[in-house]
Design a protein around this ligand. Structure first.
Ligand code: AHG
Ligand code: MN
Ligand code: MN
Length: 322
């Protein structure tokens, strides 16, 4: 693997071990390019604003949530390897091919509150193996994130960025519209072991557990790992906050709150894929009571408290909420 390679050349050796795995990643990538082009013309493409209904999360669905979900499912469903898709936007898993070998989890559009204000949004995906044959059941998704074969996200920003892992390091590619391909520019990327950024919705601070509140005070003091107060950076898109903290070093927190006692973020298609990307790059991902990748979900939309980022900053956090 090396910089300058396209997606297939970069992953070829690793994905060859799993039948159909690359076809899923390639299909997600093709759909991401289509969505990115539409997002660049959003004000003229009638994809802004609400779709006038709420989803299983109780959130108002945006037109782009629906478009991304529909397009990703349509193209994934055409792949024989795909047995089922668990999507943030669908109450139950969508079952496809009973002789499929792969399960796909996805947040088709992460950061929906930012769609209309041109702040980076994204698609998060996770690919897991089936452990049984025959008719597909939603219960097959209820396995620990440590079983993920691949995870990643597409970030729709000024550039179209793909961060991906297939279990052998975390890599970063950017789409080159002239070449019509994703090109790798970071191979086996590493999260700095510490940074000076923390990311949390401070507006919820008074609703958070006491240990977390003490940690947030600590971030504003000169007792931090850097000897100076950290900087707060929070844009309300998990993929944007994660990506910046991954590159610069930092810690992202979505703790339990009064209104979200298990946290807001969903395990299968937000926390587990981000946790795999982070751990493959030397970072850590925690729920406050254990490793994210060890959690066995009871439901496909299960939420967990989520802390992810630089290893030494996570260790520092654990001294407050361990
Ligand atoms: P989604 O748009 O898929 O529902 O995800 C939004 C998530 C995540 O992207 C972000 O980190 C978080 O919601 C922000 O939540 P708050 O607005 O409660 O801070
Ligand atoms: Mn999301
Ligand atoms: Mn979403």
């Amino acid at each position: 693997m090396m910089k300058g390679q396209d997606l297939h050349a970069l992953l070829a050796e690793d994905v060859a071990k799993v039948e159909g795995l690359f076809s899923v990643i390639e299909t997600l990538a093709g759909t991401a390019v289509e969505l990115w082009h539409k997002i660049q013309r959003a004000p003229f493409a009638d994809i802004l604003g609400s779709a006038q209904h709420t989803n299983v999360q109780g959130e108002e669905v945006q037109k782009l949530d629906e478009l991304a979900n529909d397009r990703m499912k349509e193209r994934l469903g055409a792949l024989p390897a795909v047995a089922a898709v668990a999507s943030e936007e669908d109450e139950t898993a969508v079952l496809f091919h009973s002789n499929g070998t792969l399960l796909v989890c996805m947040d088709p559009l992460d950061g929906s509150s930012n769609i209309d204000v041109n702040i980076p949004i994204g698609t998060i995906f996770s690919i897991r193996p089936r452990r049984q044959e025959g008719p597909v059941s939603e219960t097959e998704f209820l396995r620990p994130g440590s079983e993920q074969l691949a995870a990643g996200y597409f970030m729709y920003g000024a550039a179209l960025t793909l961060m991906v892992t297939v279990g052998n390091g975390t890599h970063i590619l950017t789409y080159d519209p002239d070449a019509g391909r994703f090109i790798a520019h970071a191979v086996n990327a590493r999260i700095p072991e510490k940074g000076k950024i923390y990311s949390v919705n401070e507006g919820n601070a008074l609703q958070m557990p006491e240990g977390v509140q003490r940690y947030l005070q600590h971030c504003k003091s000169s007792e931090t790992l850097t000897g100076k107060p950290y900087s707060l950076r929070y844009i309300g898109s998990l993929i944007g906050d994660f990506h910046r903290n991954f590159l610069k070093g930092g810690l992202f927190l979505y703790p339990p709150t009064a209104s979200a006692p298990q946290g807001k973020l969903r395990l299968l298609y937000e926390c587990a894929p981000m946790a795999m990307l982070a751990e493959q790059a030397g970072g850590k991902a925690w729920t406050g009571s254990g490793r994210v990748l060890d959690v066995v979900p009871e439901r496909i939309h299960q939420r967990v408290p989520f802390y992810v980022g630089s290893a030494r900053m996570m260790d520092e956090l654990k001294t407050f909420i361990g």
